[in-house]
Design a protein around this ligand. Structure first.
Ligand SMILES: Cc1cc2nc3c(=O)[nH]c(=O)nc-3n(C[C@H](O)[C@H](O)[C@H](O)COP(=O)(O)O)c2cc1C
Length: 317
């Protein structure tokens, strides 16, 4: 018998637990020639903001060991143009379509979420709270528990659709932020967005990204992401969409065993668009081999607490 890979994120039901990460898959159009989109769980669209954005100065992508840095700067046409020209196309996708909202004030998020969520083509909304907040002078919403709570609550009031809150790893205590997001009404959490980083050109004596700093993604961040999922899973009861450097079935399994109910794949698609299909197949094989009927049964199975419980002294040295 085929194992059951289905998962529920709030009201959103996915046949298989693989989403495509925001900013890395468009709406799936570019990938349709290579991948049967009915075989993936869903696509998280590029984040959209209230006003159009040109994005950051180039170069905006830099390859790094085991990953890449990006500083796209949320380039997008703004919600008005997006609703008029783009959103109708998403109705033809044979998988879930999850809109992604970014903003610079609480009001921005509420406004954009409400308008996007009204469209039937959009099955759920992810709110990307990892971008700078103008009112708090550039701090990101996801770095402050109170701001997280305010922004999630405001978005929550605008829609009954599944709300996934995407957390930033660039914080001291991601579990505290996760708790606030759940308390404010999030249905699920996406863990994690990119990790801040930079690269320097030693010939030009200059930063390699036009924006100086960027977000690191790919396998380089996987251990950071697995730990974040592990910590968040201990703090909340809502489902987690784990992400950060997933390329293989084994990578994906790390996230499920840490406590994720679904996964998202971003950077790996740039080098091999079939990664998501291989992971779904690999998960089926794994569950059959282990005699497990549903993926849900292994979620969090390696989440055993922390070393201090066994009287160890800490992580380092
Ligand atoms: C080029 C690029 C653009 C991205 N744009 C967005 C975005 O608009 N909104 C968002 O929430 N995350 C964005 N991300 C983050 C990814 O969705 C994902 O969370 C992150 O890259 C970690 O997963 P990965 O290592 O599988 O790529 C972007 C990532 C990349 C590489």
């Amino acid at each position: 018998m085929k194992p059951d890979l289905s998962v529920k994120l709030g009201k959103l039901e996915l046949k298989v637990p693989t989403l495509m990460g925001s900013g890395c898959y468009g709406s799936g159009e570019e990938f349709e020639a290579f991948v049967d989109l009915s075989q993936i769980g869903g696509v998280v669209l590029k984040s959209v903001t209230r006003a159009p954005r040109l994005g950051n100065p180039t170069p905006r992508l830099v390859s790094t060991p085991a990953g890449m840095l990006n500083a796209i700067g949320l380039q997008n046409p703004g919600i008005d143009w997006y609703l008029e020209h783009d959103v109708a196309k998403f109705a033809s996708r044979p998988c879930a379509v999850i809109g992604s909202v970014a903003g610079f004030s609480v009001d921005d998020y509420a406004y954009t979420t409400e308008r996007l969520a009204k469209r039937p083509e959009i099955h759920a909304i992810e709110i990307n709270i990892s971008c700078p907040n103008v009112a708090a002078e550039g701090e990101t919403f996801a770095c402050d528990p109170k701001l997280t709570q305010r922004v999630v609550r405001a978005a929550r009031e605008t829609t009954d659709k599944t709300l996934i809150v995407k957390l930033s790893p660039n914080v001291t205590d991601i579990a505290a932020i996760a708790r606030e997001a759940q308390a404010a009404g999030a249905d699920a959490l996406a863990v994690i967005n990119t990790v801040r980083g930079m690269a320097i050109d030693v010939d030009r004596w200059a930063p390699r990204l036009g924006n100086v700093t960027g977000g690191l993604s790919g396998p380089a961040i996987r251990p950071i992401a697995v730990l974040a999922v592990y910590e968040v899973a201990r703090a909340v009861t809502i489902p987690i969409v784990g992400q950060g450097g997933i390329e293989t079935t084994t990578d994906a399994l790390e996230f499920f065993l840490a406590g994720a109910s679904a996964i998202s794949i971003g950077t790996a698609n740039f080098t091999d668009p079939r990664v998501p299909l291989r992971i779904v197949e690999g998960l089926r094989e794994y569950l059959v081999r282990r005699g497990v009927g549903t993926l849900a049964e292994i979620v969090g199975k390696a989440n055993v607490g922390f070393a201090n419980a066994y009287q160890y002294e800490g992580d380092e040295g």
